[in-house]
Design a protein around this ligand. Structure first.
Ligand code: ATP
Ligand code: MG
Length: 487
């Protein structure tokens, strides 16, 4: 067996909140070997990001590793001093965060950050003279991850990039460091399929070249199946199933894994109601005794609600479910519907989707243009008398009818978000027209726009950038009522 790079033993993580202590991870164990890529899947809120942050001891201030060990080689990360931690984070482990805006510093140009990361990584003050080399490498790497005009754009600030581009900047940073261990939390989820494939190839090359081990967190089963060797399925803070990717995906044993795989959307099932798992992940403050999935499980029996539930291990496989525990009182003959069939049956019982009707035109864009002035450095501003511009949206004609859902697809950086913002009047149009319900948006003053915004809403790509961290969820949700004076 190859060298063990990371061993997580019985890891518990607790978040301390006003109402008490939330057990976000409970008894999570797994191993990662040299050159191996371990996938982690599970619904939102199951603890994937908590797990990746705890591996680097980067939990938020109210998070605590409350039990277990994390061994990096034979050193225990949970007891390392801050100094050891800093050295380790710089040199051995790199992390790509789920939320690139929180990890790129908004006040520094991207190039500065990419150079600084390489300097810190190699750890020498002497490396200061290698700035131009580091900068050249950074430009090369940005080009490799598919960023157009890297030479010029390296001096932009993070907010001047699209969401997918920011994600690629993070990826470039991680790849530049050539780490022994890479933790990627939803690293490619904002990218379109072609770019995603390209980036996955880069990860594979890194592994080939350096024997890098990776923890790869994704909600995308397709990506997981393509790149990972082994898989951990998480549910409500526990690992519920583990095994090789091939085994787990082709023969899922835990009813949760089965349901999760059944709900992957597919082109072939277009128009059908999407399969979902009924109910939701239990609240961490009211976890049920016994199996956490019991409430939603189509195969549940009364024994499942009794407190003891150990993982069942066979060879390289672990399943935390009594169905697979020969010593339990679970009686398979009592179950009529199994796995996917039951989930689908529940769905069918909830009824057909009502027929949709498409009405008259609500939004109309004509030759819409949004250009951003290209003013990255003072020098280039002086040298090139005429300012260039990034033509984010350039001559779009679009009609959206009442009750219609219009899909907008395109590669990362192709202008999807900017177009969405322009339609709502959040980004001033450089040219062209937009009308909403017959009213010309481009001619409106701020007051009229505000009134109109009551009727149109945007869900932003980057939640962190659009929710103020200083406000509680309750305040954020009630604010629109106040602004728009809705009783
Ligand atoms: P997603 O797929 O949405 O990224 P995730 O699996 O990464 O989800 P986590 O971010 O690890 O989930 O969250 C796990 C649980 O811990 C959730 O219930 C979440 O509300 C809670 N949690 C996360 N951060 C904190 C915090 N700072 N304080 C309190 N609870 C937290
Ligand atoms: Mg997460």
């Amino acid at each position: 067996m190859s060298e063990r790079v990371l061993t997580v033993e019985d890891l518990d993580v607790t978040y301390h909140v006003r109402s008490g202590a939330l057990p976000a991870l409970r008894g999570v164990s797994f191993e990662l070997h040299r050159g191996e890529i371990l996938g982690i899947v599970g619904e939102s809120g199951c603890g994937k990001s908590t797990l990746s942050a705890s591996l680097l001891r980067l939990l938020p201030a109210n998070g605590e590793i409350s039990g277990g060990r994390i061994l990096l080689g034979d050193r225990d990360v949970t007891t390392m001093s801050h100094r050891e931690l800093r050295a380790m984070r710089g040199r051995e482990i790199a992390m790509i965060f789920q939320d690139p805006l929180t990890s790129l510093n908004p006040t520094f140009r991207v190039g500065t950050q990419l150079v600084a990361a390489q300097q810190a990584h190699r750890g020498g003050e002497g490396d200061r003279d290698r700035t131009s080399e580091f900068r050249r490498r950074a430009i090369e790497m940005l080009t490799t991850v598919g960023l157009p005009d890297a030479q010029e754009r390296i001096d932009y600030f993070p907010h001047q990039f699209s969401g997918g581009m920011r994600q690629r900047i993070m990826i470039a940073m991680a790849l530049l460091l050539k780490p022994d261990l890479l933790i990627a939390d939803e690293a490619t989820s904002a990218l379109d399929v072609t770019l995603q494939a390209q980036i996955l190839e880069l990860f594979r090359e890194l592994r080939q070249e350096r024997d890098t081990s990776m923890v790869f967190i994704s909600h995308d089963i397709g990506v997981i199946s393509e790149i990972c060797d082994r898989l951990v399925v998480m549910y409500a803070g526990r690992a519920v199933e583990q095994g090789t990717v091939r085994e787990v995906l082709s023969d899922p044993k835990h009813p949760y894994t089965q349901a999760l795989l059944a709900s992957v959307p597919s082109k072939d099932r277009r128009g059908e109601r999407l399969a979902t798992i009924p109910g939701r992940v239990p609240s961490l403050s009211e976890l049920p005794p016994g199996c956490d999935f019991a409430e939603r499980c189509p195969q549940v029996q009364s024994v499942c609600r009794e407190p003891v539930l150990e993982g069942v291990h066979t060879a390289d496989r672990m399943v935390r479910c009594l169905i697979h525990d020969p010593t339990s009182d679970y009686d398979a003959s009592q179950v009529t519907l199994v796995g996917q069939a039951a989930v689908q049956a529940k769905q069918e019982a909830t009824g057909e989707e009502p027929e949709r009707t498409i009405g008259e035109v609500l939004v109309r864009a004509r030759d819409l243009q949004v250009h951003f002035p290209d003013r990255h450095t003072l020098a280039s501003r002086i040298l090139r008398k005429k300012l260039g511009a990034v033509r984010a949206v350039d001559g779009i004609d679009l009609e959206i009818h009442r009750g219609e859902i219009v899909g907008l697809v395109g590669e990362s950086g192709s202008g999807k978000t900017t177009l969405g913002r322009a339609i709502l009047g959040l980004e001033p149009a450089t040219g062209g027209e937009i009308s909403y319900d017959g009213q010309d948006l481009t001619a409106m003053g701020p007051r009229e726009l505000l009134r109109l915004r009551r009727r149109m809403q945007m869900i932003f790509q980057d939640a962190h950038a659009s929710l103020s961290p200083r406000r509680r969820v309750g305040q954020l949700l009630t604010e629109p009522y106040v602004i728009h004076d809705i009783p």
